[in-house]
Design a protein around this ligand. Structure first.
Ligand SMILES: *[C@@H]1O[C@H](CO)[C@@H](O)[C@H](O)[C@H]1NC(C)=O
Ligand SMILES: *[C@@H]1O[C@H](CO)[C@@H](O)[C@H](O)[C@H]1NC(C)=O
Ligand SMILES: *[C@@H]1O[C@H](CO)[C@@H](O)[C@H](O)[C@H]1NC(C)=O
Ligand SMILES: *[C@@H]1O[C@H](CO)[C@@H](O)[C@H](O)[C@H]1NC(C)=O
Ligand SMILES: *[C@@H]1O[C@H](CO)[C@@H](O)[C@H](O)[C@H]1NC(C)=O
Ligand SMILES: *[C@@H]1O[C@H](CO)[C@@H](O)[C@H](O)[C@H]1NC(C)=O
Length: 509
């Protein structure tokens, strides 16, 4: 009942908003839907769109360092997309056709762009083929705009993390509050989406690397169930947890991108074939439902709200819980995840016992599959850094974790026990809670839930939720069991439409 009345009220507002149209195409905050409308009514070409983003990158990147390389063929590829549309090519009417996509520098492209994890060590390496997700993007006619910056080697070079710095890309900055860490590994993609330097972007996550930068840069991040998106051609951390997902300005855009990149890949066969049963007929767009919170059972687990009473974050978080109730959700507060403190501590959970050995194993495999590379092993990367201490800022950042990883001798009994413990923590913790309370999602502030979602490859969607006293954005996360993307999308979309928190940053150049 409540849900029905509400829906009516919302659609009246949406109609009113749709009535006010400018004549020309509005590039700032363009969405994939508006881009397709612009293509259709002749107010936009893919070439104009690429030129707009190249202009934004030229203007903003000296300050934000979100982009490592732009694709020298982006304009040519956009012209091709425009020509296909003009000639009525069948793929030109939808998907990501003609849409410029920025790609994290861990994800291989077989074109003139380099794929380097932000490091000079891999500059000049040549991949055999596009990463699985990039091959899918290109098939829809998407335009690869360039590569985004990241902390060199994910956060795996130094135990303290690299705060968004890489030797090749420099120091990535938060476009909202420059002094704030833009957060971990997919930071360049999140910043570029936030600052309108790309239409949409791809990131990767092992722990928090999509969810965290999405949170602090006021964009939407989808961390898909592990295996839903192929990891072939992605510089790995651990395939047990690695996943590729979109970072975009809206839930709808992120879902468009998700639709384009999910699916089976023979080069990541086991994981993508196991997860393909989760992909719904007709894709994910059907779950962009304005009443997506109606009747949903949403759990609020204890232990994630580190903020204090009276802070903006606290007030806003409470307000959002109320909003979800008003939109028909059944919100169940005060739930406990078993062993949460163990899960959240990567020493006690087993992550740090397993991950260094896994990283070495998977990275060496990636390097050995390249058709050419100046470095062929983790040992050679370490040696390269030692030989180039100035460019690689060895004094400031060191390479302790690379050294620790190199000292491992394979995934043995100790590592397997640690992996087993992480799986148990997840199964007996968050997964059991969701099943016991028949939850559609857990709802947590910022990206604090990321470790809990990481160990068994569970999905999460981050949505902008507010700005703190200093103007730093923060998000909220809907997390669920493997394959819960359809209902997470319903809730995330309805939440976004009910709150409409995102606003673009104002950047003084
Ligand atoms: C074409 O569509 C775009 C996107 O919806 C809109 O901004 C623009 O005003 C439209 N232009 C014309 C001439 O209809
Ligand atoms: C890739 O790296 C090479 C140096 O090895 C450089 O000459 C080239 O310009 C880079 N490509 C792009 C697209 O920046
Ligand atoms: C926060 O305020 C509520 C009442 O508004 C109170 O019940 C709760 O104990 C307070 N929590 C803390 C940590 O101060
Ligand atoms: C994590 O656990 C280790 C080992 O028990 C402990 O030394 C460390 O202080 C813990 N870290 C945090 C942040 O609680
Ligand atoms: C990489 O090479 C190994 C053999 O060295 C092979 O088993 C594996 O399938 C290759 N992976 C990819 C993604 O090509
Ligand atoms: C977690 O907690 C449950 C119940 O509290 C316990 O049975 C289990 O052994 C704990 N440890 C792991 C790794 O799941």
């Amino acid at each position: 009942m409540a849900c029905q009345r509400l829906l009516l009220a919302i659609s009246v507002v949406a109609l009113a908003a749709g009535g006010a149209r400018a004549r020309g195409f509005r590039f700032e905050e363009a969405t994939i839907d508006s881009i397709h409308r612009g293509f259709k009514n002749g107010s936009l070409t893919s070439t104009a769109l690429v030129r707009f983003y190249l202009g934004q990158i030229a203007r903003l990147n000296p300050q934000l360092h979100a982009v490592i390389e732009v694709n020298p063929d982006a304009v040519r590829d956009a012209e091709r997309a425009d020509a296909e549309r003009a000639s009525g090519h069948r793929r030109a009417s939808g998907g990501l056709h003609g849409v410029p996509v920025l790609i994290k520098d861990l994800i291989a492209t077989r074109d003139r762009l380099n794929t380097t994890a932000g490091s000079f060590a891999m500059l000049g390496s040549v991949v055999r083929r596009d990463a699985g997700v990039v091959a899918r993007l290109r098939r829809t006619g998407a335009v690869v705009l360039g590569k985004s910056n990241l902390p060199e080697w994910g956060n795996f070079r130094n135990a303290a993390g690299l705060d968004g710095w890489s030797a090749r890309g420099g120091q990535a900055m938060n476009p909202y509050v420059m002094s704030v860490d833009p957060c971990q590994a997919s930071t360049g993609s999140a910043i570029a989406a936030a600052a309108n330097m790309a239409a949409v972007t791809l990131g990767t996550e092992t722990v928090a690397s999509i969810l965290c930068p999405a949170s602090v840069n006021a964009v939407v991040g989808i961390k898909p169930t592990v295996g839903l998106t192929s990891r072939s051609g992605v510089i790995p951390f651990t395939l047990r947890q690695d996943t590729v997902g979109p970072l975009c300005r809206t839930v709808a855009d992120a879902v468009h991108v998700l639709d384009a990149i999910v699916g089976y890949d023979a080069l990541d066969a086991a994981a993508t074939s196991a997860a393909s049963k989760y992909i719904p007929n007709g894709g994910y767009r059907q779950f962009l439902k304005i009443n997506g919170l109606c009747g949903k059972r949403i759990g609020i687990p204890n232990g994630f709200s580190s903020f204090e009473n009276g802070t903006v974050k606290h007030r806003v978080y409470k307000k959002h819980i109320n909003t979800m109730r008003q939109h028909g959700a059944i919100v169940i507060e005060n739930l406990d995840i078993a062993n949460l403190s163990v899960s959240q501590n990567i020493t006690r959970s087993g992550f740090l016992a397993a991950a260094p050995a896994e990283f070495k194993f998977y990275l060496n495999n990636y390097l050995s599959n390249l058709s050419y590379s100046p470095v062929r092993s983790l040992a050679e990367i370490i040696a390269f850094n030692n030989d180039h201490p100035v460019e690689e800022k060895l004094k400031q950042y060191g390479q302790q974790l690379l050294l620790l990883s190199e000292s491992t001798t394979g995934i043995g009994a100790r590592e397997r026990a640690a992996i087993h413990q992480m799986e148990e923590l997840s199964a007996n913790g968050v997964e059991k809670l969701i099943k016991e309370h028949r939850l559609d999602a857990i709802f947590t502030p910022d990206s604090s839930v990321a470790t809990v979602l990481a160990y068994n490859g569970l999905p999460g969607i981050e949505v902008p939720a507010g700005y703190d006293e200093k103007g730093v954005p923060f998000g909220i996360c809907f997390g669920g069991l493997r394959g819960y993307e359809p209902r997470l999308i319903e809730m995330a979309y309805a939440f976004e439409q009910a709150t409409m928190v995102r606003r673009p940053p104002t950047i003084k150049t």
